[in-house]
Design a binder for this molecule. Structure first.
Ligand SMILES: Cc1cc2nc3c(=O)[nH]c(=O)nc-3n(C[C@H](O)[C@H](O)[C@H](O)COP(=O)(O)OP(=O)(O)OC[C@H]3O[C@@H](n4cnc5c(N)ncnc54)[C@H](O)[C@@H]3O)c2cc1C
Length: 447
């Protein structure tokens, strides 16, 4: 049970100590990070009447992990990677450079602690609990995204054609059939499809027909360009009065008498400064953990590296427009206008952001095998990003133990899917309202 403070955005406080830094009657919130999580947080806070600023080290929004992800609004896949089957999958691919799940050991205690915690979250009971929490937040998020689109008319190469999960062995397909009832319990519509029905839904799968065992189709899922969405929403937010401090690197958080009172920054010219507000929200992706650690806060977030390629479509009939998930290879693909985005793989390799040729090649090979002639792979853009992952894939949303400091971070594999719901829930919490999401472990400052 969480304790929710009763405050109004106009009281000028965060429910613990009131406004000490501004003379304005409106509470000022500084959002740290302008990825999809930070920008949606800024948007919902501004809509709720808060004064909002955003700070990011990049020259514009969504240039790090939110830049070129798989594009899926995947409400129908709430089950986290930490599930009872994960350890076996990792063992099966052990030693292979193109493994969908790869652990590269470092002399870094945070990495080992995270890996052990991940194994603990693979226990069936924990997987069930995490799945339920993510499913409820994902359903809420889908509703919020649709409402936001209706309100703003945002265009971001989105498609409402559902997601088709593909299975290439009869065992996997049989297991998938069992997921239909489980998803229905969370209000998520999905149906099992024989191979022929999969091809009827997505004719570009015709050449894969003989290998396909079946699919699971979730018509309510969507796809779209998270980067374009975030940059467009940032533009609307700026028009609505949100201040963006780009090219500004956060170097530390300053605390006085146990309360956060400023964010220390350095601008593009290397000049040091400070930004102050009444409340601060951490949306820093994989980099938040190190910034809050000196305050005694231990965020269970570790970077899980992934890759994508984006290639121009040269034969629209051969390129899928239903968003697809290859469950055994953990590869997803989304049509973004006249481009095809294909993403996947997970690697525990610290903060390394170099492009590994073998891992990128695994994705390129997948495209060539599944959709020959659909895209121009010679013009494919290769990208890598660090998913800010918690061991059970449950994002950290709510109040920290430090007065004035809030979290909306750690969305791992589902940051695009969960962005609108998480941001709106955090806004509810800061406003003293209970978010309409059942069985989700919102943070209450007690951890
Ligand atoms: C290969 C891949 C495929 C994916 N596919 C999907 C998908 O299909 N569907 C889905 O839902 N999710 C997907 N994800 C996950 C999703 O992309 C992430 O969860 C999401 O982008 C995280 O957003 P964020 O805002 O938390 O982090 P980020 O986008 O990384 O934003 C953090 C921001 O903080 C800023 N920052 C960090 N440190 C500092 C500092 N010291 N000072 C100032 N600024 C700082 C950064 O510049 C950045 O803009 C995928 C991820 C990957 C890697």
């Amino acid at each position: 049970m969480i304790a929710i403070p009763r405050v109004s955005p106009r009281t000028g406080g965060d429910g613990r100590s009131g406004d000490r830094n501004t003379r304005s009657l409106t509470m000022h919130v500084l959002v740290l990070g302008a990825g999809v999580t930070g920008v949606t947080t800024a948007w919902y806070l501004a809509r709720a009447g808060f004064e909002v600023s955003v700070v990011d080290r990049e020259p514009q929004a969504a240039l790090e992990t939110s830049r070129a992800n798989g594009g899926q609004i995947s409400i129908s896949h709430p089950e986290p990677w930490a599930n009872p089957g994960a350890p076996l999958t990792a063992l099966r691919w052990l030693g292979r450079e193109d493994a969908p799940l790869l652990f590269r050991p470092h002399a870094d205690s945070a990495q080992w602690r995270w890996a052990l915690a991940f194994l603990r979250e693979c226990l069936p009971g924990r997987t069930r609990r995490n799945t339920a929490a993510i499913a409820n937040l994902a359903v809420h998020s889908g509703q919020k995204l649709r409402a936001l689109r209706a309100e703003t008319g945002l265009a971001y190469d989105h498609l409402e054609r559902g997601i088709l999960h593909l299975f290439f062995t009869p065992e996997e397909f049989a297991h998938a059939r069992g997921r239909v009832a489980e998803l229905a319990a969370y209000g998520i519509v999905a149906r099992a499809c024989e191979a022929d029905e999969c091809v009827a839904l997505e004719p570009a799968l015709a050449s894969a027909r003989t290998q396909l065992a079946g699919g699971l189709y979730a018509p309510g899922d969507e796809s779209g360009d998270a980067c374009r969405f975030t940059q467009e929403l940032a533009r609307l937010a700026a028009d609505a009065g949100v201040r963006f401090h780009y090219d500004t690197t956060i170097t530390g958080l300053s605390c006085t008498r146990g309360r956060i009172d400023a964010v220390e920054v350095r601008d593009a010219q290397g000049r040091a400064g400070a930004l102050t507000a009444d409340a601060y929200v951490v949306c820093l992706g994989s980099y938040g953990r190190a910034l809050v650690a000196p305050l005694g806060e231990k965020l269970p977030i570790y970077p899980v590296k992934g890759y994508s390629i984006t290639a121009p479509v040269i034969d629209p009939a051969r390129a899928p427009s239903v968003s697809l998930t290859d469950e055994s290879r953990r590869i997803v693909c989304s049509r973004l206008g006249d481009r095809l985005r294909v993403a996947g793989t997970a690697e525990l390799n610290g903060f390394d952001t170099n492009i590994n040729a073998a891992r990128c090649q695994a994705i390129l090979d997948w495209v060539e095998a599944r959709f020959p002639g659909a895209v121009d792979l010679t013009r494919a853009e290769r990208w890598t990003g660090l998913r800010p992952a918690t061991p059970g894939n449950i994002p950290l949303i709510g109040r920290s133990r430090i007065p004035g400091l809030w979290y909306n971070t750690g969305h791992g594999t589902l940051g695009w899917t969960l962005a609108c719901g998480s941001a709106s829930a955090l806004t509810d919490l800061i406003s003293g309202r209970r978010p309409p999401v059942e069985h989700f472990p919102f943070l209450d400052g007690q951890r």
